[in-house]
Design a protein around this ligand. Structure first.
Ligand code: ZN
Length: 455
């Protein structure tokens, strides 16, 4: 027998009675351990406290679509009841919903689908139904599909085979639960073989498996900010963002390579956009409490969801928003406030150009001196979330109450995600002004207020 069929039989195929009972795992495994990424239908049963962990979702709200082809017709109520059984587990937070019908099959397509098909990886006569998990790195489930074998008869009245009973079992697999070895009565739903309508109701053994999974892998909160301003709110495509949380990484590491890696020290970040497409973000820096990332340039604007998975499989997730522009200006002390991380381009009367810093290596200001009357000074700001501006005319730079004409606002060109804004010439009326505020506005959205010092 092939490895695949062995695994299906022992693992997730809800197979025929006579074959399975004698080989039910003797360990106290309740969860599925599987380090392979992509679409899998097998895994190793492990206990909840296994040091190497087990598969788990990157969210708690899971929508399941229903393909009514073949014997799928008339099964919505049974499927809904099975989903509700798992939602209703007390002291657990998964919310499973019936999302309506689909024509999608038992395929990887970013949606969870319940489908009736012949074979589909669940060959008659020994397989009743089969659950596939789609895994990202570090044992994170991103999709699950269930195929009910259309080669047997499916009912909703309790006669063989009862749709709700088998759906409850398979959805347990979709949540990352393996089979139980408990054989007492009432028998747990996650027992490996079919036993009729008693299988519809979850037992303590089933519920405890879900609870322990959620305890081992809580969905941790995370806050996404503009990496220059540290402002919360929307971020822009191809901008640099900083995320703050806990257990974001198992180590501290930086990337100096280009293109940026999409996994660093085992940590990876997915940004799921409003079109439902999840993309890995490029990573600049990881630590347990902070991750600096490049928002995927191809992200569709609108609501998004940020998911950060640590090397240990810890999941942090939060809603986010992606807007065309979300300007932030980098500052000398990298706090989001105070002196701008800026430069001055000086053009003298003869046309010669020099670039001058406005801060020293310690972040202390170097006051800007206008110099001889023939010199013209231009301000160079560095930021992120700017390049998506509608037009250069939609960019304004207010320096100490005077507007400096924008000359350029776009990619800095060397550093991923970084933007540059050139404006000037600066009004010589600023001479002697001391510390003044600088306000960048892009498409009506203010960046963080920063400062410059004039002598
Ligand atoms: Zn099973």
């Amino acid at each position: 027998m092939s490895i695949t069929s062995t695994m299906n039989r022992l693992a997730w195929g809800l197979a025929c009675l006579s074959v399975i009972v004698g080989v039910a795992p003797a360990s106290a495994g309740r969860l599925i351990q599987q380090f392979t990424t992509g679409r899998v239908t097998a895994g190793t049963p492990v206990p909840c406290n296994d040091a190497n962990g087990f598969v788990h979702w990157d969210r708690r709200d899971l929508a399941f679509f229903h393909n009514t082809a073949n014997q799928g017709a008339g099964k919505a109520a049974a499927l809904t009841a099975a989903l509700n059984s798992w939602t209703n587990v007390s002291d657990a937070s998964h919310v499973l919903s019936y999302a309506g019908t689909t024509t999608a099959g038992f395929v990887t397509d970013n949606r969870n689908t319940l489908v009736w098909a012949l074979d589909g990886g669940c060959p008659p006569p020994n397989c009743l139904a089969l659950t596939a998990l789609v895994l990202d790195s570090n044992q994170v489930i991103v999709e699950s599909d269930v195929v009910f074998n259309n080669g047997v008869t499916w009912t909703t009245n309790g006669s063989n085979f009862d749709t709700e009973a088998v759906a409850a079992h398979e959805i347990g697999h979709a949540l990352g639960l393996h089979h139980t070895e408990v054989t007492t009565t009432p028998r747990p739903t996650m027992f490996a073989t079919y036993f009729g309508t008693d299988e519809r109701s979850l037992e303590a053994d089933d519920q405890n498996a879900l609870r322990c999974s959620e305890t081992r892998y809580p969905i941790r909160p995370v806050v996404l900010t503009n990496a220059a301003s540290f402002a919360t709110g929307a971020v822009a495509p191809d901008s640099i963002a900083s995320a703050f949380g806990t257990n974001l990484a198992t180590a501290t590491a930086s990337s100096g390579s280009s293109p940026l890696p999409t996994s660093l020290g085992g940590t990876y970040v997915r940004v799921i956009d409003s079109a439902g497409t999840g993309r890995r973000a490029g990573l600049f820096f990881i630590s347990p409490s902070q991750v600096n990332l490049l928002v995927p340039a191809a992200s569709t604007l609108g609501a998004c969801r940020l998911v950060i998975v640590s090397g240990a499989g810890d999941v942090s997730s939060a809603p986010c928003a992606i807007a065309a522009v979300a300007p932030g200006v980098f500052t000398a002390n990298a706090s989001g406030g105070g002196l701008a991380a800026a430069q001055i381009l000086r053009v003298n009367g003869g046309g010669g150009q020099t670039v001058e810093n406005v801060a020293d290596a310690s972040g202390n200001p170097i006051p800007i001196n206008f110099g001889p009357p023939g010199d013209s000074l231009f301000l160079i700001l560095y930021g992120t979330g700017v390049k998506g501006r509608s037009s250069l005319g939609a960019v304004s730079v207010n320096v100490g109450g005077t507007l400096a004409s924008p000359l350029f606002a776009g990619p800095q060109g060397t550093f991923a995600g970084e933007d540059q804004i050139n404006a000037g010439p600066l009004s010589r009326g600023l001479a002697g002004a001391g510390t003044v505020n600088v306000q960048l506005t892009v498409d009506g959205i203010n960046a963080n207020t920063v400062t410059l010092v004039f002598q």
